[in-house]
Design a protein around this ligand. Structure first.
Ligand code: FE2
Length: 272
């Protein structure tokens, strides 16, 4: 779908949501997701048992997010202005079969809040689709999702994502990736933990690049090891793109994280 790709000049363009899309999305969330799909009484049976990394969808998915790929497997989810305000964060996602083989052509629909914990609903800001490349990998340039809520309904910052195998051989997966300060899982506060078992397997192990952040470890993430040459090369690729397309912004990737999902073979008609 090359024609729907955003360009690096625009980065993730501001695309409004329409009233019918908002209405259908809100109805689906209020009825289907809340009472059926994420129902704590049945979530494990319907979703959780199907994949170790499964998690609840939550009520804020909006249909129809644009394809944000700038190249196969590489997407930009937010604008230069937001990258300036909240610093570039590089999320790397690998998708594998149960045997460990790379899975290309897995469609990923990802949405998350600002670093201040605010979701867009009237636009597709920080919402977008992209597809794993020939090696089963995808990269997303965006900002760190912030915590939101208060008191008993606090949620640690997280990415929401849905994975869908275009060839329909592997089962869909709805998951979340939690981003906590210093990668300390004891800092995860999540009211969903009252509704389903904790998901420590979905805590993202993030890294930082102090040299690109005034010597500071961004959000207390450990420094990316110097011997992780593959990730250093990916960061350089993105830094070169940022320098090429937004030379005056002085932007560099300051942090990121990698996660690997395994998609299971699609179950039979009745889920067995
Ligand atoms: Fe959320």
């Amino acid at each position: 779908m090359a024609e729907s790709r955003s360009t690096l000049t625009e980065f993730a363009p501001h695309v409004p949501t329409s009233f019918p899309i908002r209405a259908v999305s809100a109805l689906r969330s209020a009825i289907w997701v809340t009472f059926i799909q994420d129902n704590p009484l049945t979530w494990w049976w319907q979703q959780g048992r199907r994949n170790y990394r499964a998690d609840m969808e939550g009520p804020l998915y909006v249909y129809g997010a644009p394809n944000r790929e700038i190249e196969p497997g590489k997407a930009v989810l937010t604008t230069i202005d937001e990258l300036k305000a909240s610093s570039p964060f590089l999320l790397q996602i690998s998708v594998r079969s149960p045997k460990g083989d790379p899975l290309p052509n897995v469609e990923i629909d990802l949405w998350h809040a600002t670093s201040n914990g605010i979701y867009s609903y009237y636009s597709y800001d920080r919402r977008g689709r992209f597809t794993t490349d020939a090696n089963g990998n995808a990269e997303v340039l965006t900002v760190r999702p912030g915590d939101y809520g208060a008191g008993g309904v606090m949620r640690t910052g997280h990415f929401h994502l849905m994975l869908h195998d275009a060839e329909r051989k592997y089962d869909n997966l709805t998951s979340q990736l939690y981003v906590c300060k210093g990668n300390d899982p004891s800092l995860v506060h999540d009211f969903l933990d009252y509704l389903r078992a904790q998901r420590p397997q979905n805590v993202l192990h993030a890294w930082s690049v102090p040299d690109s952040n005034g010597g500071e470890q961004f959000y207390d993430f450990q420094e990316l090891p110097a011997n992780d040459v593959a990730t250093q090369e990916r960061i350089k690729w993105w830094n070169d793109k940022l320098a090429e397309k937004a030379a005056d912004a002085g932007l560099q990737v300051v942090a990121g994280g990698h996660t690997e999902f395994t998609l299971n073979v699609k179950p039979g008609v009745f889920g067995f």
